[in-house]
Write a protein that binds this ligand. Sequence first.
Ligand SMILES: [Zn+2]
Length: 401
Amino acid sequence: MARIVRRALVAVVVAVLPVVPGEAGGVQDVPISAPAYLSMFDDAAFRGVRRPAAEVLDHFGEITGDAELDARIRRAAEQRGYRRQPVVTTELVWVDGRRLQAPVAEAWLELKAAARADGVALELRSAYRDLDGQQALFLRRLGGRTSDAAIDTTLRFAAPPGYSRHQTGFVLDVAQAGVEQGGFVNTAAYAWLSAADFAAPRAHGFVPSYPRDGERMGPDPEPWELAWVGAGRIACATGVTDPTGFCDAATSERADDISWLADLGVTVGCRPGRFCPDDPITRGEAASLLWRLHGAPAPAGGSPFVDVFADDVFASAVAWLWQLGVVHGTSPTTFSPDGLLSPDEAFALVVRLVTLDDRPAVVGIRGPVPAAGFEPGVVGALGVQVSRAEFASVLRAAVAV
Ligand SMILES: [Zn+2]
């Protein structure tokens, strides 16, 4: 499991979204089907989590300690629609006394502020839970019973360890102060959250974890649980397209920087038609982007990194940048291409690139690339992990001063 470090949440950036709930023609209240809501969360491109092998999860996600009983519980859980969830590999941040993934914590504070502005007091009742916490919760519910009926009753209200969305750090349980969760569906808070197909949560990247009309979702539907998927995935689910060619670009507060990259003709989507602006950028992706921005030149040879394979999409990028001295490994023989880029690494990469003596020309940019004049401050506050949109801003600030 990732080591969880207590860290203050600082520099909360309030996203300025181009579309607000209820705005005529906006995408925020276009109805989304239950399967589409569910698949957004299950999106395999999710960053900040990893999907370990089932045996690994079984080992760390022991339920009762009785292997036969645990297997029976897992079978019953999967029949109800529970799925094994990935585990956190990043540093979570503390917000309102609980832990969440960094972008989720920011989005939660924005959502709470938006509710407050409308006279609705939202509270964070639950957020990240580790496997031990989930095990304790499940065993408390099970109460030592072992019958199939007791297991199924327990599964209506609690996930076994390894199957809770809470272990990802991407979901949270909302409450209205002073109201028990059982009565949440009748509160002003729920009315505000669910209005116009969850327009308000959607404006901040949240979707209902258990959408109306959803089937086989695991527990009995919990109206108080929201899952953060990012505004981009929501925009793409509504089918609205953008002039950049990316259905999720306009939702980013850094849409201008994404457009700048798109206008250079550098294909930098995370997959066809998508930019994934809110996803953290990996070291491999960052190298790839720098390299393509320079016309994707063929490297003179390979790199010394044993974790970069010849058929990786970023292999030529890493080799070319390594030969120029722009990228370094995480050790003499490893590059860690799946590692997430930190703000320091992002700035170091572009500073090294723009201060090279024989700088390769940047695609589509006339005149010399400025060797000096790159000022990290112009990029604004970056998250703990640099998102793909933030890296676009760093690049633009570095080469288009
Ligand atoms: Zn929950």
